[in-house]
Design a protein around this ligand. Structure first.
Ligand SMILES: CCCCCCCC(=O)SCCNC(=O)CCNC(=O)[C@H](O)C(C)(C)COP(=O)(O)OP(=O)(O)OC[C@H]1O[C@@H](n2cnc3c(N)ncnc32)[C@H](O)[C@@H]1OP(=O)(O)O
Ligand SMILES: Cc1cc2nc3c(=O)[nH]c(=O)nc-3n(C[C@H](O)[C@H](O)[C@H](O)COP(=O)(O)OP(=O)(O)OC[C@H]3O[C@@H](n4cnc5c(N)ncnc54)[C@H](O)[C@@H]3O)c2cc1C
Length: 607
């Protein structure tokens, strides 16, 4: 019935102050930015074009281009990936050759695989590209740099001479990413003025002299680092949306369990449903808190870069790359699990889950393929370990590697299930696991004469070590979050339950790592799982309130299953009738194609 809150009985069970939890969830961002962030998932380009100009253009170039971009007088596309290269930026083939006679660069796509391919906005709407191309001066290749290129006339939007542009076609399912004109672009000797090479980091003089960057060349990758830390925040939005839908629906859905006419059992009360759903609920909170930390870490990096302090740049790259990888994988897999948690109705478009999945899953690929990103983390870990011998004391997120010797001797002293509720017990186990996995890789790498051969041979193990490292970061930041002052009745207690669920779920899922590195005993692993079950029972009465704390409107969720009022069945039925297929009783084509078959005479009893 309209206006009735079918989940009121669930909301009344809450054991904490929901208003405070809403503020904890929103953190430093207001509701607008939460919405704005998610809506940008499919409108990605101003997302990158403008930050890239800020990161790579001189003050003078920024003065010229930023006002135009900010006021949408030009529409830019971050045009890096090509048909033949996306992950390997240094392998890009587009060229920008300096012509000293005319003081111009000539942009060209020398091969088919040099075709720019994927950039958002490029296909139909962008008027300008921030094109990444190999800088060539006097036949010398100086590597990939950024160039601002006008693609279309600002009068009639037609493509300019030498520019061939198209959309790359339909993408995955009917998902919202088909509203994004990811495009293709071929340059045929297109000339641009020299001052349209972004020259904050390195320059080309009028005489054609290359002035190399006096800062780490990787700063030219700065926009990707910026977006990767944003993507971690986006992962918390996408996952929490799916968890909100499936939690509310799990409380509405009843199946089996009726005795003598009693109501059937709410599926949220099944331990299997809890074991699948509650770790995702905990993960949404975990990702939100690590994204807050990462955002502050990134802001600190920017301040340091302003002061030419590059000390945290390698760690910032490793953290943004690794956390982007881990959190997008968890969110993408979690959205699919939430669809399954909703049974058949989860597969309906009106559940909001298929669309959410279709629009979200490329996050595991764009802004850095998730495996390639974890390999970057692995390189960073191996480098950190190789520097231990020279007395280098790791700090920050690798500080635990400075205690690697001690961690190699670690054995968990967990005796009872509740010992796993102690944050220090958990962190030690996760540090020992991560340290031992990285040290084992470093040990094995040292057996190879050619370190690069070793790295390739061991890359699967290295990815697992990088995963362990990133999961340690997320667990640690969740624990740190709860060391802050958090007011409100029961709020910290509930977050403590989620923190333990997040960590012990990971321990259970990756029990092989913990056992094979001899960090814990099988018995201690069993006790962790025992404790998980008890934790799920503690979440159960608070589950609806914990997803209410995301503060999402029904409009934002766009899900019949995730409605705040839980009034699912009437609305499911109502939605179905909105489908144009139900505008007529007899479907199009029936008379032409089906009826003739039905009318066919029977021959000897056979059609
Ligand atoms: C809502 C959001 C919507 C987003 C829409 C999607 C938009 C996009 O997809 S835009 C295109 C994104 N493309 C990518 O992310 C490409 C991924 N590839 C890369 O970033 C690079 O090719 C990468 C890092 C894998 C390799 O770079 P490469 O220059 O070959 O470096 P590599 O040789 O591996 O490492 C050299 C050094 O640079 C360091 N380094 C590499 N990248 C970075 C970085 N970004 N910052 C700092 N240091 C870096 C390495 O750690 C290494 O350090 P050290 O020498 O100390 O070991
Ligand atoms: C929806 C969407 C939007 C995008 N928007 C943009 C945009 O706006 N601008 C832009 O420039 N680009 C954009 N891209 C492109 C995107 O950045 C690239 O697709 C992404 O970086 C992955 O690169 P790739 O396609 O070359 O994958 P590949 O690297 O070819 O990956 C293929 C497989 O090879 C593996 N692999 C690759 N290298 C290694 C290695 N060294 N070791 C082990 N395994 C490896 C990968 O793990 C993966 O399994 C977008 C892509 C998508 C899907």
């Amino acid at each position: 019935m309209e206006g009735v809150d079918h989940l009121a009985h669930e909301r009344n069970k809450a054991q904490f102050d929901v208003a405070v939890m809403k503020a904890v969830w929103a953190g430093s961002r207001d509701a607008y930015e939460l919405f704005h962030r998610f809506s940008r998932l499919v409108a990605n380009d101003p997302e990158m074009f403008i930050p890239a100009i800020k990161a790579q253009a001189t003050e003078e170039q920024q003065k010229q281009w930023l006002p135009l971009a900010n006021k949408m007088k030009i529409i830019g596309s971050y045009t890096q990936t090509e048909l033949g290269h996306g992950s390997n930026v240094r392998g890009l083939e587009t060229t920008a050759t300096f012509d000293p006679k005319t003081d111009e660069f000539v942009l060209n796509s020398p091969t088919l695989t040099a075709t720019k391919w994927w950039p958002g906005g490029l296909g139909k709407i962008a008027t300008h590209a921030l094109a990444h191309a190999r800088l060539i001066i006097d036949d010398k290749d100086y590597g990939v740099h950024g160039f601002l290129v006008q693609l279309r006339s600002l009068d009639d939007h037609l493509t300019l001479p030498g520019i061939t542009i198209g959309d790359i076609g339909m993408k995955y399912g009917s998902g919202a990413y088909n509203t994004m004109d990811n495009g293709s672009l071929i340059f045929d000797h297109v000339r641009i003025p020299r001052n349209q090479m972004l020259m904050r980091l390195s320059q080309v003089t009028r005489e054609g002299k290359y002035v190399p960057s006096n800062v780490p060349r990787q700063l030219s990758y700065g926009t990707m680092v910026y977006v990767r830390q944003k993507i971690v925040f986006d992962a918390s939005i996408a996952l929490s949306r799916a968890v909100c839908i499936s939690t509310r629906y799990s409380a509405v859905r009843r199946q089996f369990g009726s005795h003598n006419g009693s109501p059937e059992t709410q599926v949220i009360d099944y331990k299997t449903q809890q074991a699948r759903l509650f770790p995702l609920l905990a993960s949404a909170y975990a990702i939100r808190f690590v994204s807050e930390w990462l955002n502050s870490f990134y802001k600190d990096l920017l301040q340091r870069l302003e002061a030419k302090d590059f000390s945290t740049l390698p760690e910032a790259h490793a953290c943004t790359a690794g956390l982007k990888s881990i959190t997008t994988s968890v969110a993408a897999d979690g959205i699919e699990e939430c669809r399954k948690l909703c049974g058949g109705h989860g597969y309906l478009t009106s559940s909001g889950l298929p669309e959410l999945s279709a629009v979200y899953i490329p996050a595991c690929t764009y802004e850095g393929d998730n495996v390639v990103m974890l390999l970057q983390v692995a390189r960073y870990l191996m480098k950190t370990i190789s520097q231990l011998k020279s007395g280098n004391k790791p700090v920050g997120t690798t500080a635990y590697l400075g205690r690697a010797e001690q961690l190699m001797q670690y054995h968990s002293d967990v005796l009872r299930a509740e010992d796993w509720l102690k944050p220090n017990v958990v962190v030690e186990a996760f540090e020992a696991r991560a340290a031992r996995m990285s040290m084992a890789c470093a040990q094995n790498l040292s057996k190879f004469n050619n370190p690069e051969d070793g790295f390739q041979e061991l890359s699967a193990d290295l990815v697992e070590a990088a995963t362990a490292h990133c999961q340690l970061i997320i667990v640690s930041k969740f624990i740190e979050k709860l060391q802050q002052d958090i007011p409100g009745k029961g709020v910290k207690e509930q977050l403590g339950v989620l923190r333990s669920i997040y960590a012990l779920f990971l321990l259970h899922k990756h029990i092989g790592d913990f056992l094979s590195t001899d960090c814990i005993t099988p018995k201690q692993g069993y006790l962790a799982n025992e404790q998980l079950r008890s934790l799920y029972s503690q979440v159960r009465p608070n589950a609806i309130a914990l997803v209410d704390a995301f503060n999402y409107t029904d409009h934002f969720l766009s899900s019949v299953l995730g409605r705040y009022d839980g009034n699912v069945y009437p609305k499911l039925y109502e939605e179905a009738w909105k489908d144009p297929l139900n505008d007529t009783s007899i479907p199009d084509g029936f008379h032409e194609y089906v009826q003739p078959m039905l009318k066919q005479p029977l021959h000897h009893g056979r059609l």
